[in-house]
Design a protein around this ligand. Structure first.
Ligand SMILES: Cc1cc2nc3c(=O)[nH]c(=O)nc-3n(C[C@H](O)[C@H](O)[C@H](O)COP(=O)(O)OP(=O)(O)OC[C@H]3O[C@@H](n4cnc5c(N)ncnc54)[C@H](O)[C@@H]3O)c2cc1C
Length: 147
C-alpha cells in the first residue's frame, strides 16, 4: 500500500514566551516605541474589516499611522461581524458574580472546544473590558478601506 506523506510544517503562531498570564503583557512592554514624527511614514496593512480588523485599523489610524485596510466583500461593512447579535463577554466582576479574568479565560477555552490558542484567549479575557470600548470606535476614522 502506498504511504501518504504529510508535509507537517509546524505553524508558528509567534505567541510570546513566558507564563500564560504574562506573555502578551511582557511582549507589549518590551516593544520598541515609534517616534510620533515617523508614524505618518509607516504604512500598515490590516487585512479584514470585521471587529478585529476595523478596530485595529481605526486605532492605528488614530495613532497617526498610514493604514490600508483590506477586505474581500463588496463593502467593508459586510464582514462576518455584521451578523453578531451584540452580546459580548467581559470580566466585569460585578458584585457577587464571582467573575475574574481566569474564569472568563477558562470558560472561553472550554466554550471553544479546547481548540483556541490559550495564550490569546487569556489576552482576550485580560483586555475584555477594553474591547468593549474599542468596539464603539467607528470603522473608517482616519483609515482608507479597500475592497
Ligand atoms: C449569527 C452570528 C451571531 C454572532 N453573535 C455574536 C455575539 O452576540 N457576540 C459575540 O461576541 N460574537 C458573536 N458572533 C461571533 C462574532 O461575530 C465573530 O467572532 C467576530 O465578528 C469575528 O470578527 P473578525 O473581525 O475576527 O472576523 P470577520 O468579521 O469575519 O472579518 C473577517 C474580515 O477578513 C476579511 N478577509 C478574509 N479573507 C480575506 C482575504 N483573503 N483578503 C482580504 N480580506 C479578507 C473579510 O473580508 C472580513 O472583512 C456571532 C457570529 C455570527 C455568525
Amino acid at each position: 500500500m502506498e504511504e501518504t506523506k504529510i508535509n507537517a510544517q509546524p505553524i508558528d503562531s509567534k505567541i510570546p514566551e513566558g507564563p500564560i498570564a504574562e506573555k502578551w503583557t511582557n511582549y507589549k512592554a518590551h516593544q520598541k516605541l515609534v517616534n510620533p514624527a515617523n508614524k505618518r511614514r509607516l504604512d500598515i496593512i490590516v487585512v479584514g474589516t470585521g471587529l478585529a480588523g476595523a478596530s485595529a485599523a481605526a486605532t492605528l489610524g488614530e495613532m497617526g499611522f498610514n493604514v490600508l485596510n483590506f477586505c474581500i466583500q463588496d463593502s467593508p461593512r459586510r464582514a462576518h461581524s455584521i451578523a453578531a447579535q451584540g452580546g459580548i463577554n467581559a470580566a466585569k466582576n460585578y458584585q457577587n458574580d464571582g467573575d475574574s479574568v481566569y474564569r472568563l479565560f477558562y470558560d472561553t477555552v472550554k466554550g471553544g472546544d479546547y481548540r483556541a490558542r490559550e495564550a490569546n484567549v487569556y489576552r482576550l479575557a485580560e483586555v475584555s473590558n477594553n474591547i468593549i470600548d474599542q468596539c464603539v470606535v467607528s470603522p473608517g476614522r482616519g483609515v482608507e478601506q479597500y475592497h
